[in-house]
Design a protein. Sequence first.
Length: 122
Amino acid sequence: MLEFYKRYGFYTDPGSKEKMYAGISDSLEELCQFIKSQLIHPIADLPLYRQQMPPERKNEDEKYPTVESILNGLLSYNSAGLVYNRKPEERLILSCRYHSILLASILKNRGIPVRVRYGFTK
C-alpha cells in the first residue's frame, strides 16, 4: 500500500518540471519553509503582503489546479524556477490545498510515501 503513495497522482505530478526539484533540501522543516517562500495563502498570509502585490492579484486557486501548473506559474514570475529568495510579488496566491500538493509532490520525488490532507479554520 505504501508504494501507491510514492507515485504521483494527477494533481501531484510535476510533469516535465520534475527536474526543478533538484537541489531542494530533504529536511521536512526546511521544505515547509521553502513552500512558504513560493506561495502566499490568500487568507492567512495575503494581508501581510498586500502592499507588495498588484491589486488585481487575489486567490489564484482556479488558475493553478495541479503541481505542474503551479511550477509553470512560478517560472512565469521568475525564470530561475524554485528559488529560496522569491520576492512576494513572484509568489503564487494559493490556499492550503496547493501548499499541500506541492509538498507532497516533492516528497514523492524523494521516494517518500505521502497522501494529502489539508484544511483551514478560524
